[in-house]
Design a protein around this ligand. Structure first.
Ligand code: JCF
Length: 679
């Protein structure tokens, strides 16, 4: 590069700008603690771009301007890994993990506990990054472990990949290994955009990451929300590294790499098992997909003594979580009718063990979803069950479609009451038009009425509601309060004691609150929060029942759609009759304190994160809501304040990123007390 005719002050300034921008990237993308305001970052970047335009010989491969994506390639070239990239042995039970530990201690001839490094196993694409004199020279996929593909151009576009390492004291040759992955939020956003554009969706974040890295045009990769997290070093020439794996990772972090924030040291294998359990509980809340936990002997000298078998190290293993996706066969599709008449297609599946349970049903949502999946009865499908979420059909394995696969036909009459099924324009859902004539809708309405957050009728489970409706003992919600002991005892599987318990629970449920009663009515789009707002705003049921849509829209968070459903509900004679019958049966609630003007937090959205020690989370939420705040699950620019307790993670980071006010629990309690809440 010819720097001779570039003025010295320009060279100095360019070096300074590199430094400012590299540090800002590191703060923002690696440490999650941004320091430089966005506007200042943009000014520096533009200044650098301008200088590079003026003096093109200043453009180096490690310049912070070189992340936007170079010219497309025609093919990827192959790369041989000088040190093979290893795979990991697996463990699937505590016993197998203990066997792993025992083998290690046997081999080391030691009775002593072995210290392990623990980290989540990211579900992404393994890569190798080669730095020469601290500058990124080449990035490659793992491939088969010996030969991978050169994806340097694409990897450069990922902001958490340092183009140049930060600290001066870096070995002249340093190969760093890690996982490139797509965080869940970025994946959801990418698919939302693809859906809106009518494009094909990605099946899962791992697939999306792989597809993004495989682009020949780096400009496409540049638009994908990819992350790098590093987990070990490969080739190192010159320079010394620490003797513990976790210390090496800390060093890599100081050089500019993101390492996993859940990384921990376990003093023995039992502590590893605890860690596995803890992370298993946290798995859903993590902002990225993981498929297990990696345990590594933490001492590098011990790792060296243990060595390798075939392609995997003896000193590491991956203890896998139950798979969240499995393949099975779609045997049939049935149609269920919900409380509001929504006709939902339900997949009947060949039972399959996924996400820790055996699944034989999965929702197909609606007609659009069936069309999107292109699924037919007889297909082999991929089922996903993550956490406690209901199982989903995520895709079809088209290559396994049998010749006799048949299309799924949507019914035009209700499978339960035979009333016409109507599609609402602009809505994906089709609904049975039978209303409460339809026993399916009646059953759902009663189940909802009895549920815990509604009238909380102990002992009235779903099965019993179905039995009562099917036997003709129950026709409506108010009918619950006219059930008689003899009739109940005559039911199959119902003893006198349970029958009496049920009658007692019904009696007890009569003492309720207006918000619960409103929620129990099952008005469309009226969830707990809306019911509470309605009750507070109107104070009493009669005022609410007489409100027109305009008056209803004065209520917090009630827009035209909800107002329409509420008004419509109270216009229907049979609903009015039901309400009257319920009052006659003795349902009562204390007067609601009307709080129109006394909601100091009205219009504010609060977020609770981390552990609370004095209050329970639901108490804190309830107090905030009483003062008029909305309590949301995620932090955004609309968030007013974040309450963070110990263990707060990504939400707190986000709050800092957005410069939002953050309170600890003590400050929250003080604020609540100041506003008249007694704690
Ligand atoms: O996060 C991962 N997927 C991951 C893969 C983490 C590790 O510490 C690994 C790995 C593959 C091989 N360690 C090795 C040795």
């Amino acid at each position: 590069m010819n720097e001779q005719n570039i003025p010295l002050d320009v060279q100095t300034r360019v070096a300074e700008l590199h430094d400012i921008l590299n540090r800002a990237n590191y703060q923002y993308y690696v440490l999650d603690t941004p320091e430089l305001p966005d506007a200042e970052y943009d000014r520096c970047l533009r200044e650098l771009q301008k200088l590079e335009q003026e003096y093109p010989s200043l453009v180096t491969t490690d310049s912070p301007t070189q992340r936007v994506g170079a010219e497309p390639l025609s093919a990827f070239t192959q790369v041989r890994h000088e040190l093979p990239m290893l795979s990991l042995d697996n463990a699937f039970s505590d016993e197998e993990l203990q066997d792993f530990d025992r083998r290690i201690r046997d081999r080391l001839n030691s009775q002593n506990a072995v210290e392990y490094a623990c980290e989540p196993k990211l579900d992404g694409i393994a890569v190798s990054l080669l730095y020469r004199n601290g500058v990124l020279e080449r990035a490659a996929t793992r491939g088969d472990g010996t030969v991978g593909e050169d994806i340097t151009q694409n990897v450069r576009t990922i902001y958490s990949v340092p183009l140049k390492l930060l600290d001066g004291d870096v070995p002249p040759v340093l190969e760093v290994r890690g996982e490139i992955y797509m965080p869940k939020a970025g994946f959801a956003e990418l698919n939302d955009k693809a859906r809106a554009a009518g494009e094909k969706l990605f099946v899962n974040p791992r697939n999306a990451a792989a597809g993004s890295l495989r682009q020949l045009d780096p400009k496409i990769t540049a638009r994908r929300p990819l992350q790098l997290c590093v987990y070990s070093v490969g080739l190192v020439e010159g320079g010394e590294l620490p003797e513990r794996h976790t210390d090496i990772l800390e060093q890599l972090n100081r050089w500019g790499f993101r390492i996993n924030s859940e990384m921990a040291v376990a003093e023995d294998i039992d502590a590893c098992i605890d860690y596995y359990r803890k992370l298993g509980e946290k798995r859903e809340q993590l902002p990225y997909d993981i498929d297990g936990i990696v345990f590594k002997v933490n001492s590098i000298p011990l790792q060296k003594r243990l060595g390798f078998v075939a392609r995997a190290p003896r000193w590491a293993t991956a203890y896998k979580f139950p798979a969240q996706e499995e393949m099975t066969k779609l045997l049939d599709v049935e149609f269920q009718v919900g409380r509001t008449g929504a006709v939902t297609p339900v997949a009947r599946l060949e039972p399959v063990f996924v996400g820790g349970v055996t699944v034989s049903n999965a929702t197909l949502h609606n007609r659009d979803e069936i069309a999107r999946l292109g699924v037919k009865v007889g297909d082999t499908v991929i089922i996903r069950r993550a956490g406690d979420v209901i199982p989903q059909v995520v895709s079809v394995v088209e290559s396994r479609r049998p010749d006799d696969a048949r299309d799924i036909e949507f019914p035009d009459h209700c499978p339960v009451c035979d009333s016409p099924v109507e599609a609402t324009p602009g809505e994906a859902v089709a609904r049975c038009s039978g209303g409460l004539i339809c026993s399916a809708q009646r059953k759902q309405a009663i189940k909802h009425f009895a549920s815990r957050k509604a009238m909380d009728i102990d002992g009235l489970g779903d099965k019993l509601v179905e039995q009562l409706v099917d036997e003709g003992l129950l026709h409506s919600v108010s009918g619950l309060y006219h059930l008689e002991l003899d009739a109940l005892v005559a039911l199959e599987r119902m003893g006198e004691k349970s029958a009496q318990n049920l009658l007692d629970a019904l009696e007890k449920s009569k003492d309720t609150t207006l918000p619960k009663f409103l929620y129990a009515l099952g008005i469309r789009e009226v969830g707990e929060a809306t019911a509470r707002n309605l009750a507070r705003h109107f104070g009493e049921l009669d005022a609410l029942m007489q409100a027109d849509t305009e008056a209803l829209q004065q209520v917090e968070d009630v827009g035209p759609v909800v107002a329409h459903y509420v008004a419509e509900f109270f216009e229907q004679p049979h609903n009015l009759e039901e309400i009257e019958a319920l009052k006659q049966a003795g349902i009562r609630w204390p007067a609601e304190e009307q709080q129109g003007g006394e909601q100091p937090l009205a219009g504010q959205t609060w977020v609770l994160t981390g552990k609370l020690e004095t209050l329970s989370r639901s108490e804190a939420k309830d107090y905030l809501q009483r003062l008029g705040a909305k309590v949301a699950g995620s932090v955004s620019a609309n968030t007013h304040t974040v309450v963070a307790g110990p263990g707060a993670g990504s939400k707190l980071n986000k709050a800092r990123e957005l410069d939002l006010p953050v309170l600890d629990e003590e400050a929250l309690i003080a604020m609540l007390r100041e506003r008249g809440i007694e704690i």
